[in-house]
Write a protein of this length. Structure first.
Length: 241
């Protein structure tokens, strides 16, 4: 598979504090990669660095073969990145329908007939979203908002979806539903980078995974192998069983 995203030796400071300490990470086309770690491990800073919201002090970010280290966030979105932010970040006073259409803004020169087909496919994927198109997004439950956030990302027809803590704040049944949807998206061949604390769910869907601690990659491997790793079980899964 061709490489889609690569971070090489990324070092990032917040003031005098070094947050990322030379991390290397890659995502291939059609691949799902999980980035695991606890609080303050550097996961959010890694995501912000990929999106251009934080500029690294050293190292390079490459996307689809081009160096985007100094590229602005809007340009990265136009190149084919689509974020699903932590806490969803919808426009709460806008309808679900309008929130979904915002995802297609980067395709505003696309014929309306194609946008409508894309919207119909999103509704097929998320029937509950289809039932609430005219509701304000701020009135939805957390799980429904997460579905809208994923649908908004898909409306961009991205090369890479960047999911930041998709299970955060959701009841276990809704977490299962969100990851069922992630598996469906994976089956379509869409590349994804999933930043998560829920190691069990992330590793169950990931082709490969990295574990981040104190700004450094300390483990990497296939999702299957890391799910069976004793170190992962002790750190994230509550013991040896």
């Amino acid at each position: 598979m061709a490489e889609l995203l690569r971070l090489d030796r990324i070092v990032t400071y917040y003031g005098p504090i070094r947050i990322l300490k030379g991390i290397d990470l890659s995502v291939d086309q059609g691949e799902v990669v999980a980035l695991l770690g606890g609080n303050a491990a550097g996961k959010s800073t890694t995501m912000k660095t990929i999106l251009g919201l934080v500029m690294p002090n050293d190292g390079t970010v490459k996307f689809n073969g081009g160096d985007i280290t100094k590229t602005a966030p809007a340009e990265r979105i136009a190149l084919g990145m689509a974020p699903v932010p932590e806490a969803r970040r919808l426009f709460p006073s806008m309808s679900v329908y309008d929130n979904l259409l915002m995802g297609a803004y980067v395709r505003r020169r696309t014929p309306w007939s194609e946008i409508k087909k894309e919207l119909a496919s999103i509704i097929d994927l998320f029937p509950r979203v289809g039932e609430r198109l005219r509701q304000n997004a701020g009135t939805l439950s957390g799980g429904e908002q997460q579905m809208v956030a994923v649908g908004r990302a898909l409306m961009a027809r991205p090369k890479l979806i960047l999911m930041d803590e998709p299970s955060m704040g959701l009841a276990p049944t809704l977490v299962d539903k969100i990851y069922e949807i992630i598996r469906k998206i994976k089956s379509l061949g869409t590349s994804m980078l999933i930043v998560e604390q829920n190691a069990t769910m992330a590793l169950s869907v990931a082709n490969r995974a990295y574990v981040l601690q104190n700004g450094e990659i300390v483990l990497e491997g296939s999702g299957h192998d890391l799910l069976r790793s004793e170190g992962i079980r002790k750190a994230y899964l509550g013991g040896a069983n």
